[in-house]
Write a protein that binds this ligand. Structure first.
Ligand code: GAR
Length: 203
């Protein structure tokens, strides 16, 4: 079994999709054992607690900076024996010091078809605003491994979503979540959990 930590900053609808997928058996080789938030007010923390999942709040401010925050996250992941880290709406770019420790062990969901509308500065609604400004007729979501390049790691899964003429950033965000993110994130988590579990078994 792969022990999963989900890192969040906000509403946590992707965390909810993962919790639901574990309950329904879509995720069967992984178990969400920890949720870490860099925002004490994130509703995602309530979702975790409602489902009996341990939580930790680790903020840049309380730690005194980004690198101290990352060190605290690493310490917490190690204490909890975590095998796989899922960034689900985690709004902080992790340094090379962090990503280098977890090669092919961190995955992220991004709300566009990478390599479009990605990299530093493209997060949340900004991604959908950029897609609408460009006038693309198809967008979507991407799950990828995380390395030292923001949104630059190996792609695991993608799903396309059609853009309507009257879409706003808000309607497009919702569509991309419903039609792509909440579907491919659980599938990708199961795929990677399975491969990590198999490697753990032969150790
Ligand atoms: C999601 O749309 C996710 O893809 C996006 O933030 C939202 C979080 O929603 N992530 C990024 O933009 C990362 N660059 P959630 O908290 O409801 O899952």
């Amino acid at each position: 079994m792969t022990n999963i930590a989900v890192l969040v900053s906000g509403g946590g609808t992707n965390l909810q999709a993962l919790i639901d997928a574990e309950k329904s058996g879509i995720i069967k080789n992984g178990k969400i054992t920890l949720v870490i938030s860099n925002n004490a007010d994130a509703y995602a923390l309530t979702r975790a607690k409602d489902n009996g999942i341990a939580t930790a709040v680790i903020t840049r401010k309380a730690c005194g900076g980004q690198s101290a925050m990352e060190e605290k996250i690493i310490e917490t992941l190690e204490e909890n024996d975590i095998d796989l880290i899922v960034l689900a709406g985690f709004m902080s770019i992790l340094s090379e010091n962090f990503t280098g420790k977890y090669d092919h062990r961190i995955i992220n969901i991004h709300p566009s078809l990478i390599p479009s509308f990605c990299g530093a500065g493209f997060y949340g609604l900004k991604v959908h605003e950029a897609a609408l400004n460009k006038g693309v007729k198809v967008t979507g979501a991407t799950v990828h491994f995380v390395n030292e390049i923001p949104d630059g790691g190996e792609i695991i899964m993608q799903k396309a979503v059609s853009v309507a003429d009257d879409d706003t950033p808000e309607t497009l965000q919702r569509k991309v979540m419903e039609q792509a993110e909440w579907i491919i994130l659980p599938l990708a988590v199961e795929k990677v959990s399975k491969s990590i579990s198999e490697r753990k078994d032969v150790k």
